[in-house]
Design a protein around this ligand. Structure first.
Ligand SMILES: NC(=O)C1=CN([C@@H]2O[C@H](COP(=O)(O)OP(=O)(O)OC[C@H]3O[C@@H](n4cnc5c(N)ncnc54)[C@H](OP(=O)(O)O)[C@@H]3O)[C@@H](O)[C@H]2O)C=CC1
Ligand SMILES: O=C(O)[C@@H]1CCC=N1
Length: 280
C-alpha cells in the first residue's frame, strides 16, 4: 500500500484516467490523492463524487502535506506552473510530469537546483488499469521516490523504465497509440456498416478481434510476423486483405503516424522555449 500523498495538478481526461485506475487498484487510499485545477469547481466536484478523492482549487492546496505532485495540465501551461511551484517546493518533494514533450531538463532548469523531477508517459487505458506507461527519472530524482512513482504507475498498468531520449518515440507508440486503434475501429465500423451490419455488433467483433490479437502477442512466443503468417492461407482471404493494405500504404501510414507524433513530442519543449521558427 502506498503511503505517500499525491496531488494532481490538473483534472482533465488524463488525470481522471489515472485517478480512476489508482483508486480501483486499491494500492493507494483515495484520501491520499488530492486533485486540483485552477478554476473548474464543478469538474472537481464530479471527480470527488466519482472516486472519493480529495479535491481543491490549486490555490487552496496545502503544499506541505504532498509528497509527489503529478503535473497533468497541457504543455502550454507548464511555464506558469513551474514559476508558481519553484519556491514553494522543498527538496524532498517530487514532480512527476505526464506532459508530452516536456523534458526533465526543461523542468529542472526552471526549478531550484536539485529539485526532483520524473517524466512519465501513460495513456488513457489507465482508466481500466491497462496503460503502457514509460518512466524516465530526471537528474536529481532519488531512487526511493522513483520506486514509489513506479509502484503508483503499476497500479494503472504495465510500466517500462526507459532512457529519456526514447520518450518521444514511446509517446508516438503508446501515449498516442490508443487513438490509432480507435481510428482503426472507426474504419472497421464504417466498412461493416456499409455491408449492413449494426454498429454495436461491429464494435464487439472489432474489439474482440483486437483483444485476441493483443493477447496472442503478449502470451505466445511467436513474432508478429509468424502470427500474421499463421492467419494467412495461400491465395486466401487474408492474403487478399494484406495485399490491399500494402497497396494502400498501410505499413507506411502506421510508421508515419508514430513518427509524426514523436516529432511533435520532440518539438514541444523547443516550441515553448521559442526555438522553433514561427513559434512564440
Ligand atoms: N490525453 C491523453 O491521452 C494523454 C495526455 N497526456 C498529457 O496529459 C496532459 C493533460 O492532458 P489532458 O488531460 O488531455 O488535458 P485537459 O485539457 O483535459 O486537462 C488539463 C487540466 O489542467 C488543468 N490546469 C491547467 N493549468 C493548471 C494549473 N496551473 N494547476 C492545476 N491545474 C491546471 C485544467 O483545468 P483548469 O483550466 O480549471 O485549470 C484541466 O483540468 C497533457 O500535458 C498531455 O500531454 C499524456 C498522456 C496521454
Ligand atoms: O495528444 C497529446 O498530445 C497527448 C499526449 C499523448 C496522448 N495525448
Amino acid at each position: 500500500m502506498i503511503k505517500q500523498t499525491i496531488a494532481f495538478l490538473g483534472a482533465g481526461s488524463m488525470a481522471e484516467a489515472m485517478i480512476s485506475g489508482m483508486v480501483e487498484s486499491g494500492n493507494i487510499p483515495a484520501e491520499n490523492i488530492i486533485v486540483t485545477n485552477r478554476s473548474n469547481q464543478e469538474r472537481l466536484n464530479t471527480i470527488n463524487h466519482k472516486y472519493g478523492v480529495r479535491t481543491v482549487l490549486k490555490d487552496e492546496l496545502n503544499f506541505a502535506e504532498v509528497d509527489q505532485f503529478i503535473l497533468a495540465m497541457k504543455p502550454k501551461d507548464i511555464d506558469a506552473v513551474l514559476a508558481d511551484l519553484k519556491d514553494k517546493l522543498t527538496a524532498n518533494q517530487v514532480l512527476v510530469s505526464v506532459l508530452a514533450g516536456i523534458t526533465t531538463s526543461y523542468m529542472e532548469e526552471r526549478l531550484n537546483e536539485g529539485q526532483q523531477v520524473i517524466r512519465v508517459m501513460p495513456n488513457t487505458s489507465s482508466m481500466l488499469r491497462e496503460s503502457a506507461t514509460a518512466i524516465s527519472p530526471g537528474r536529481f530524482a532519488d531512487m526511493d521516490n522513483v520506486l514509489v512513482a513506479k509502484e503508483l504507475l503499476k497500479s494503472i498498468g504495465e510500466v517500462f523504465v526507459i532512457e529519456e531520449d526514447k520518450m518521444d518515440v514511446f509517446t508516438g507508440i503508446a501515449g498516442s497509440g490508443p487513438a490509432y486503434f480507435y481510428y482503426l475501429m472507426e474504419h472497421i465500423e464504417e466498412t461493416g456498416r456499409a455491408e449492413g451490419m449494426d454498429r454495436e455488433t461491429l464494435r464487439e467483433i472489432g474489439a474482440q478481434t483486437l483483444l485476441g490479437a493483443a493477447k496472442m502477442m503478449l502470451e505466445r512466443d511467436e513474432s508478429p510476423t509468424e502470427l500474421r503468417e499463421n492467419v494467412t492461407s495461400p491465395n486466401g482471404t487474408t492474403a487478399a486483405g494484406l495485399n490491399a493494405l500494402d497497396q494502400a500504404g498501410g505499413g507506411y501510414a502506421i510508421s508515419e503516424a508514430i513518427k509524426g507524433a514523436a516529432g511533435r513530442s520532440k518539438e514541444l519543449s523547443k516550441e515553448l522555449e521559442g526555438l522553433l521558427v514561427g513559434s512564440k
